[in-house]
Design a protein around this ligand. Structure first.
Ligand code: NAD
Length: 477
């Protein structure tokens, strides 16, 4: 078992002063693999003070130098893809293929995009006689979840550092390994002391100390709606900017001319990958009434392709869910869906056959899910797809837009213009037409309770600026 007794502050790993400890568990074996010292208010103060001291010099560092430093971080990550894959297998049960294809390549690309964005952005523009200047907002608290540990860290830290901010990161207490490896890479990349700092701990103590800290200028949070609300409340007293990336209940609409043989396995992939622990997972599939039987049969058949197993088995498509709380949540949702009258098409409650330990769940599809059922409204964050039938396009759009969320959505049609027309009507931050791949240069974020603000590419970097208008600044320019 590993002990995490030091945190990264002002360019060094220093002992944690806080007395509390947290345990992290391997989701395959349910055995504890780490004991983590919890940073208390004293530790958080030290990290924030280091970030504050470093801010003046880092924000004034020429963009080319900041880009060079971030390129070294990028290269460091690229050299350790397999190390990250091992970390993620252990701490969240991610199959190695998921790490090699998504968990690590996404942050690599995101860093490249942040570097390109800051390198090509006009940071000063003329507006009549005024000079409008983009200035980094200051000290950023980055608070991240466990489902894409490295991606979420890099999406925030890369963009904030590119913009000229300094950072205190609090990664998920359930996924310390990738976070520590990332901090070590940043250290080796030779960033100036205090530019990047990392504190360990949970939300209630360490996260709250950061969100309420008067010397933190902005909190960038990814996690649950409950956590996001708490962060926003905590940040309110000092009126700091808050960016929130929260949950979702995303719906894909199959139109009556959709190519079902392509669409159904793709939507299953968009729902089941990373064991369904993707905030933008397509978890509701809206089907014309006349096609429901055919879609159910395809789901039943393709769900069997999702072979459950350990992360290091090359056959595995579905690893365990990441932790005990998530296992219980998935089981509760399956039980509630059955109790509320949804019809099981594939999977179901309990572990898959052959497993009597580990947080393994069955890839599950329900049909006859009605808009007022819990499964149609609440995020499961597990491999559970809800099939819902609709009578006409109006009803499909209404059902898709009927949850408090608005993170992602999808539409399938043989007619691209028809699909685009539906895409425009979905109240979500992104829409996937005919299974198009994710584009990290496009903005990512949610409407309504899915969040505030955007990440990725230049949109992600822009979140970390203040805008200053120097009236008269262009008269002599
Ligand atoms: P969580 O809210 O429990 O925790 C996320 C992070 O916030 C952790 O670091 C946690 O310690 C911290 N935290 C929790 N409460 C806090 C508080 N009161 N003050 C400060 N910090 C606090 O979420 P989770 O279970 O780790 O992640 C799963 C959730 O994240 C899902 O709802 C998922 O949809 C969402 N998510 C959203 C996105 C997105 O980009 N929209 C991406 C990934 C995950």
């Amino acid at each position: 078992m590993e002990n995490f007794d030091t945190f990264y502050c002002d360019g060094d790993w220093v002992p944690v002063a806080g007395r509390g400890r947290l345990a992290a568990f391997d989701p395959c074996t349910e055995r504890q693999f780490a004991s983590i010292a919890v940073c208390d208010a004293h530790d958080v103060n030290a990290a924030v003070a280091a970030a504050r001291r470093a801010f003046a010099a880092w924000s004034a560092t020429p963009v080319a130098q900041r880009c060079a430093a971030l390129s070294r971080v990028r290269d460091g990550i690229a050299r350790q893809i397999e190390g990250f894959a091992e970390d993620l297998a252990r701490e969240i049960g991610a199959p190695l293929w998921v790490s090699r294809q998504m968990q690590v390549p996404m942050p690599l690309r995101n860093l490249e995009l942040a570097i390109d964005a800051i390198g090509s952005m006009a940071l000063e523009t003329r507006v009549a006689h005024s000079l409008v200047v983009h200035e980094p907002i200051g000290v950023v608290a980055a608070i991240t979840p466990w489902n894409f540990p490295l991606h979420q860290i890099v999406a925030k830290v890369g963009a904030a550092l590119a913009a000229g901010c300094t950072v205190v990161l609090k990664p998920s207490e359930l996924a310390p390994l990738a976070a520590r490896r990332f901090a070590t890479i940043v250290h080796e990349a030779g960033l100036p002391r205090g530019v990047f700092n990392l504190v360990w701990g949970d939300g209630v103590e360490t996260g709250a100390a950061l969100a309420t800290h008067p010397e933190v200028d902005m909190v960038s949070f990814t996690g649950s709606v409950t956590g996001g609300r708490a962060v926003a409340r905590g940040a309110a007293d000092s009126v700091k900017k808050v960016a929130l990336e929260l949950g979702g209940k995303s719906a894909t609409i199959l139109l009556d001319d959709a190519p079902l043989a392509d669409a159904v396995p793709t939507v299953l992939r968009q729902c089941f990958t990373n064991s369904g622990q993707i905030c933008a997972a397509q978890t509701r599939l809206l089907v014309p009434q006349a096609l429901l039987g055919e879609v159910e049969a395809l789901c039943e058949r393709h769900a069997r392709d999702w072979i459950v197993g350990n992360p290091d088995n090359p056959e595995t498509r579905l690893g365990p869910v990441a932790n005990h709380r998530q296992f219980e949540t998935v089981q509760r949702h399956i039980g509630t869906a059955l109790a509320e009258g949804a019809r099981l098409v594939a999977g179901g409650a309990g572990r898959p056959s052959g497993y009597d330990q580990g947080y393994f769940v069955r890839p599950t599809v329900f049909s006859a899910v009605m808009p007022d059922m819990t499964l149609a409204r609440e995020e499961v964050f597990g491999p559970v797809l809800a099939l819902m039938s609709y009578a006409d396009e109006e009803e499909a759009v209404a059902i898709a837009n009927s949850t408090p969320y608005g993170l992602s959505g999808g539409v399938w049609s043989a007619d691209a213009q028809r699909a685009l027309g539906i895409a425009r009507r979905l109240r979500t931050g992104q829409v996937v037409v005919n299974g198009a791949p994710q584009n990290l240069a496009a903005p990512f974020g949610g409407y309504r309770q899915s969040g505030i603000g955007r990440e990725n590419g230049r949109y992600g970097v822009e979140e970390f600026f203040e805008l200053k208008a120097i009236q008269g600044g262009c008269i002599h320019a």
